[in-house]
Design a protein around this ligand. Structure first.
Ligand code: IPE
Ligand code: MG
Length: 215
């Protein structure tokens, strides 16, 4: 979900204004994606590298995440969505952790859709921690055992990864899970990425030939 800052700057506003618009867009796209039959959706909300931003911006993002979760939990639980936060939990504030844990607990029996929110997430760190978990259980390190110990074990690998905001890179997102994902990049900034833009991405995806290394 990239491009909030530039979206705000283009309107002569501060970056926080963009993050608020971006967080309002999450609701719209999540509902739309699930209504289109998407089973699992992972949103990259805050990377393990985003802590290096100015403190005011980090504080604002954390505040937004907390408000977002509170509002969202009720809705998620009612609509049979299982909410999971992926990423390192330790660095988050106690009150954000509490809100996240409540949301996960209240939705843990839901099965219609998976909604993973990546907060303090980094793909490399996730792989390292998965391998450590495998070893600590005395299991053999295999592709399957690593997969089973990733944060996303419950929801599997993504078919499609969408990046808004014009950059052509993964920025440490779902490195292991994304080995055979189709990639879709658009210049549209996240707050402007609406239902129509989402449908364009799905449309393009439906025309891709996925060969998984075969011919
Ligand atoms: C949102 O967009 C990504 C988050 C970390 C929330 P940015 O804040 O990276 O926006 P740009 O790239 O500066 O426009
Ligand atoms: Mg950015």
């Amino acid at each position: 979900m990239d491009g909030n800052g530039r979206w705000a700057t283009a309107r002569g506003k501060n970056r926080s204004f963009g993050h608020r618009a971006g967080s309002a867009n999450v609701d719209r796209i999540v509902s739309h994606a699930f209504s289109k039959g998407v089973k699992s959706l992972t949103l990259y909300a805050f990377s393990s590298e985003n802590w290096a931003r100015p403190k005011e911006e980090v504080d604002e993002l954390m505040k937004l995440l907390k408000t977002y979760f509170k509002k969202f939990i009720k809705k998620v639980v009612k609509s049979d969505v299982r909410l999971v936060v992926v990423g390192g939990r330790e660095q988050l504030s106690a009150d954000l952790k509490k809100v996240i844990e409540d949301g996960e607990k209240q939705s843990e029996k839901n099965t219609a859709h998976y909604l993973n929110i990546a907060i303090n997430y980094g793909g490399r760190q996730e792989i390292v921690s998965a391998v450590k978990k495998v070893l600590s259980k005395g299991e053999e390190v295999t592709e399957q055992s690593i997969s089973a110990n990733l944060y996303t074990a419950q929801s599997g690998d993504p078919d499609l990864i969408i990046r808004t905001g014009g950059e052509l890179r993964l920025s440490n997102f779902l490195l292991y899970q994304g080995a055979y994902s189709e990639l879709y990049f658009t210049d549209v900034l996240w707050p402007d990425f609406d239902e129509k833009e989402f449908d364009k991405a799905l449309e393009e995806f439906s025309g891709r030939k996925r060969r998984f290394g075969k011919i």
